[in-house]
Design a protein around this ligand. Structure first.
Ligand code: GDP
Ligand code: FO1
Length: 298
């Protein structure tokens, strides 16, 4: 199964899926449009959240960074007068250095991700959506800002007028993504933001055409008609979509099986189950029920 992922909702589901599926049966293509260079290193937050979740080392409360990590370097940079856009943990920074050194030596993001996954002992196939740089930029009344500036630095406060995915038109799906699009019959769009996480993956050239040939299952990131985290409501509203499961489905396009939370008011053709994941145990329970539901309907 090929899973399309952002950095919070889908990694929670992956924590459960990886306990129930053989590693060779679970491949993940991850959004890279929120990536950013900070203090000379390339940070790929969604790729890292997926890797840390699969390695059981993510800070589950925040769903970013490494559990128990410290911020000695980040704090001392502040003392020196440098405030980084993201609060980078020390061990997390080591991971960014590992990746960026490989990229500085000429490796692609895909190759660096493969090396990193190996170093972290991850058996599943984790692939960035593209090796080209794509940046989610937001038009706000204060001007154009990077997604991370809007979200992490400005706490999601500025009004969003429009969204620009810089570099996406020229980007190509990564070789690993293309390969998985040939090999896999089932694609699971995880419970991730349809605008900034799944949107860029689907907008890469040729991806929607390939998905038309697959069985596409999607899990809504709304629980009881509301987002659990992140700026999804503001982003969907900016693009004039209703913040609802109907709006999510409309944004995703072709979906053969749409899974919504049992508290959703959506009544069209869909499957219902509790999709809220708060702990690893919760993730396993949701993943188990979901796999059973998918099997029943295939
Ligand atoms: P981002 O990269 O951090 O924006 O993360 P994603 O796009 O992967 O995930 C953000 C979305 O995940 C938000 O819209 C949340 O509502 C959704 N989400 C977070 N936790 C859960 C959960 O436990 N269940 C479901 N169904 N959605 C969740
Ligand atoms: N999110 C924040 O809201 N504040 C932070 O300081 C922050 C630091 C950070 C460091 C590494 C990393 O991989 C992710 C980090 N995030 C932080 C999460 C990130 O801003 C977004 O939530 C993801 O890009 C959304 O997918």
């Amino acid at each position: 199964m090929l899973v399309l992922s952002g950095g919070t909702g889908t990694p929670k589901l992956l924590m459960g899926l990886k306990e129930l599926m053989k590693p060779e049966d679970l491949s993940v293509v991850v959004n890279t449009a929120e990536d950013i260079w900070i203090s000379g290193n390339y940070i790929s937050p969604d790729v890292d959240s997926v890797l840390y979740s699969l390695a059981d080392m993510i800070d589950v409360k925040r769903m970013w960074g490494i559990k128990g990590d410290r911020t000695v370097t980040y704090d001392y940079l502040i003392a020196l007068g440098i405030k980084e856009t993201l609060q980078v943990g020390d061990r997390d920074r080591a991971v960014h250095i590992f990746r960026s050194d490989l990229m500085r030596e000429g490796a692609s993001l895909s190759q660096a991700t493969e090396e990193l996954a190996k170093a972290l002992g991850i058996m599943q196939h984790v692939v960035p959506m593209t090796d080209n740089e794509v940046s989610t930029m937001l038009y706000t009344p204060e001007g154009l800002m990077h997604f991370q500036e809007f979200w992490a630095e400005r706490r999601g406060k500025p009004e969003i007028i429009n969204i620009l995915f810089g570099g996406l038109k020229e980007a190509k799906p990564s070789p690993g993504f293309l390969d998985l699009l040939e090999k896999e019959d089932t694609v699971l769009i995880g419970p991730s933001n349809p605008v900034t996480s799944i949107g860029p993956i689907l907008k890469l050239p040729g991806v929607r055409e390939k998905l038309a040939e697959k069985k596409v299952i999607a899990v809504s990131p709304l629980v009881g008609d509301k987002p659990v985290s992140g700026p999804i409501a503001k982003l969907m509203t900016a693009l004039e979509y209703p913040v609802s499961d109907e709006g999510v489905r409309e944004m995703l396009g072709k979906v053969d099986l749409f899974i919504v939370d049992k508290k959703s008011s959506y009544e069209d053709d869909c499957l219902r189950m509790s999709t809220r994941m708060k702990t690893k145990v919760g993730s396993i329970a949701v993943a188990k029920e979901m796999l059973e539901l998918i099997k029943e309907h295939s």
